[in-house]
Design a protein around this ligand. Structure first.
Ligand code: MF3
Ligand code: CO
Length: 256
């Protein structure tokens, strides 16, 4: 069923497949988060992600997408998003690392990101991770039938900026389903009460990228890795969430 903006509303059958894809993503994240330690390379993490996704009978969502070369996006410290795994990039105690991954089951996508510390991290870094994840959940709380897309971005932006942080504008969340990126775009900023109305069956990936300093980012010469212009830290949290009559259902919730 498609509405005027070509948003496919997911019924129970589609949601069942999306729950499976989302669980694979969540379980893979749980393994990755327990694996992160000083001395390992970002490519080591990519290999773990690929193994865990395939072990669950799912397909890789990112590899080959617009030419992206890996299973995982691994973005360290001032890297904002789309960091390409590399054997040369070795994690050190005190780093923060964003792990963004997707999986496909029965033709449906799940997509989620989390930022974790490597060993002990500074109080400043801890606060950035906490506020960014809270901002994601402020956005999720707005995913109620009758609310609008702008309500999500406004809630995310308000929380992140109240903490003194910059919200990245160049990358946004998205509808998700039979494709990784579907309509509508879901900015992490904006005005409450504006934009498309939310209705049951819409599934969105909300993914705030929050910078410790200014919001400005640039893309490196590899054409993928986005970094903060001021060199300060950036964090990224993402979930795949369905709008239901009963409220938001976070499909990529991690157990424990
Ligand atoms: N969560 C990211 C996004 O929705 C992941 C895309 S990475 C890519 O943009 F490699 F697939 F492009
Ligand atoms: Co996404």
């Amino acid at each position: 069923m498609f509405n005027s903006m070509s948003i496919e509303l997911k019924g129970e059958k589609e949601l069942a497949a999306m729950r499976k894809a989302a669980s694979v993503v969540a379980e893979t994240h749980t393994v990755l988060m327990a694996s992160v330690e000083p001395g390992m390379s970002t490519l080591d993490l990519d290999k773990i992600a690929e193994k865990e996704i395939k072990a669950r009978g799912a397909k890789l969502a990112f590899k080959g997408y617009r030419g992206y070369p890996a299973t995982l996006c691994v973005s360290v410290n001032d890297e904002v998003v789309h960091g390409i795994p590399s054997a040369k990039r070795i994690l050190a105690e005190g780093d923060i690392v964003s792990l963004d991954l997707g999986a496909i089951v029965d033709g449906f996508y799940g997509d989620s990101a989390v930022t974790v510390g490597v060993g002990r991290i500074s109080d400043e870094a801890k606060r950035l991770l906490k506020v960014t994840e809270e901002s994601l959940f402020k956005g999720i709380e707005q995913m109620l039938p009758g609310n609008r897309i702008g309500d999500i971005g406004a809630a995310v932006q308000r929380h992140a900026e109240a903490a003194g942080y910059g919200v990245v504008r160049e990358f946004v969340g998205h509808g998700i389903g039979r494709a990784l990126h579907e309509d509508p775009p879901v900015p992490n900023y904006g005005n409450a009460g504006t934009g498309m109305r939310l209705q049951p069956g819409m599934v969105l990936a909300i993914e705030p990228m929050v910078n410790a300093g200014t919001a400005d980012v640039k893309v490196l010469k590899d054409n993928w890795t986005a970094v903060t212009c001021d060199g300060r830290l950036s964090a990224h949290f993402e979930h795949t969430i369905a709008v239901t009559e009963e409220g938001p259902e976070v499909l990529t919730t991690r157990g424990g």
